[in-house]
Every structure is written in C-alpha cells, then in structure tokens.
Design a protein around this ligand. Structure first.
Ligand SMILES: *[C@@H]1O[C@H](CO)[C@@H](O)[C@H](O)[C@H]1NC(C)=O
Length: 85
C-alpha cells in the first residue's frame, strides 16, 4: 500500500510536466498531506481540478490513508515531494 502511494505521488509531477499546470498540482499535494483537510474537502479539491479520470472512492481512500499517518510521516512525505520537484 505504501509503495502504491509512492507511485501515485511520483506520478503527480509527471502530470504536472505534461499539462504545465503545476500550481494546481502543488495545491492538490498540499491538500493531500494536510491533516486538517477532511476527506470531503479533499474530494471537492480534486473534483475542482479533475486532472485525471478518477474514482471518488479511490480518492477518499487515498486521503484517508494520509489522515491515518502521523504528523511525522506527513512531514516526511512533504520533504520527499520537495525532492521530487
Ligand atoms: C491545512 O488546511 C487548512 C484548512 O484548509 C489551512 O487553514 C491550513 O493553512 C493548511 N495547512 C497547511 C500547512 O497548508
């Protein structure tokens, strides 16, 4: 599961490059790793960009997975995303 998440996150900058819509991607990433954003709010954010065909349930699971992580893990993800960019 963790590996899958890493792949998903790694795909984000690729989409960003392909669509030259980096600001939107930055925002989605920020919302993904922000533990004060609820699943419902997150779905709204993803929907407003709809950069990929997506499955609402999959989006909810992804967000829930991040909500289940500790602040420390989220901080690590943030660092990792900065390295990828
Ligand atoms: C997380 O989201 C909340 C609510 O949208 C926002 O007020 C806060 O600034 C965000 N925190 C970070 C670190 O982006």
């Amino acid at each position: 599961m963790k590996l899958l998440l890493v792949f998903l996150l790694a795909a984000i900058p690729i989409c960003c490059y392909a669509s030259s819509n980096c600001h939107a991607m930055d925002n989605v990433v920020a919302q993904t790793i922000n533990s004060s954003v609820s699943v419902a709010e997150y779905q709204g954010v993803v929907k407003s960009y709809a950069f990929l065909p997506y499955d609402r349930k999959a989006v909810a699971k992804l967000k829930q997975c991040f909500l289940d992580q500790s602040e420390e893990t989220l901080a690590n993800v943030k660092v990792m995303m900065e390295i990828i960019y």
